[in-house]
Write a protein that binds this ligand. Sequence first.
Ligand code: HEM
Length: 497
Amino acid sequence: RRGKKNLPPGPAGFPLVGSLPSLDPELHAYFARLAARYGPIFSIRLGSKLGVVVSSPALAREVLRDQDLLFSGRDVPDAARSISYGGGQNIVWNPVGPKWRLLRRACVREMLSPAGMDAVRGLRSREFRATLAHLHRQAVAEGGAVPVDVGAQMFLTVMNVITGTLWGGTIGAEEERAAVGKEFRHLVAEITEMLGAPNVSDFFPALARFDLQGIRGKSDELKERFNQMFARIIEKRVSKQDGEATPAPDFLEYMLKLEKEGGDGKAEFTMTNVKALLMDMVVGGTETTSNTVEWAMAELMRQPRLLGKVREELDAVVGRDAVVEEAHLPRLRYLHAVIKETLRLHPALPLMVPHCNSADATVAGYLVPAGARVFVNVWAIMRDPAVWKDPAEFIPERFLGDDGDGGGSRSSWDFNGGGELEYLPFGSGRRICAGIAMADRMSSYSLAMLLQAFDWELPPGHRLDLAERFGIVMKKATPLVAVPTPRLSSPHLYSAA
Ligand code: HEM
């Protein structure tokens, strides 16, 4: 039937279930293997769903740029319905339309743009200083330095920055913040895990009401736990507004105002949108960023020569008598190349968030029927040997133009999803990541702080393992645990003040 309909080639699969029985949990690598066999566009039947996988820069361009609008829909997975408050309430799972535009504009303009970011520079500095002080306490603990779970620490930092930007001082006490942070990490991990797991309800929508794997039930439960936290935070803020002290303007304040106004005249903005956006920011921004820093640390610990180059730059730009600040970042060129190379080899969302076409489309001469789940395998594209020299090697120099293959530092290798789409860790087109400026700043700042202020070593008996574990957000299979040793000139520099 595939040939008759002119669908993209692909594995034949079994009757009824298609290729479901042969799905490899490491979906990004499995899809890359299938692409090597069937070509840069292939189709795969998953139950009653048709998946179409695109794995070359040219075809990514066709889907994400040339036919952007047609492919800008989402095929909302069953697991996402509940946590996105029904599907039409947040940015990530909304189809492109007036509501999506209002939500995205609100977030980008008020919170995620470089100007929005500048407005809360002080908050980030305080949060990073708090992490620095915490790591220092671990490093000089009585009885010897305590090993640090790098990803967990980075998650808490990023989480505190994001929630601080969202609702500022609403959560006051240190312990309450720590408790909220811990609970969030757990919830976010469960959500991203669930979104990456194959779900029978998605492959056979007629069976969705039976929730055979219990994923819908779990999603409802997770949503409810978030919902209660959000409701508590909003309630605290609203009652504060009626009282004497007015909080400093933050994103929650802005959203509550928008909610009072009812929207922008083209789309409504309700209290559900307030919560759904909080969910987008917390789920979309935390693990993605903290995992990137964890990968960067692991890659550098594996190659001490490269780590030395980062340190050399940090010592030249910042020295050891001061703590790195955001203002230093523009001068940390090599460090930035490390972040870019990390996102090339370990993109946080290896298959992006799948797209969906609203009407039949033609890509590379093949039919992509309306409603297909379209995956762009950015993980495979950014390891394509036709584009990248030694694609499996971690070589930050390629982004500086001094790796000798003549390609480096092409202006198209930035985060904006432009150019030839060889490098697209944040996607491209209308649905490109809304949080690039924040992700860029937080990941660079985090890595700079970890490396300027501490030496890191693996605990005795530990081995550096760079294996990946697929999920909608890709993780390191084993968390990076390392022991910090202070390297700044004075212990006073580590105080949180
Ligand atoms: C290293 C960190 C990050 C990476 C690699 C990343 C990557 C991505 C990718 C690949 C997409 C999907 C694009 C598509 O479907 O075409 C996306 C969407 C999105 N990201 Fe990020 N992201 C990161 C951090 C953040 C942060 C910090 C935020 C906000 C606080 C954020 C908010 C969003 C939102 C709201 C969307 C949905 C956009 C839409 O559907 O219109 N992301 N991100």
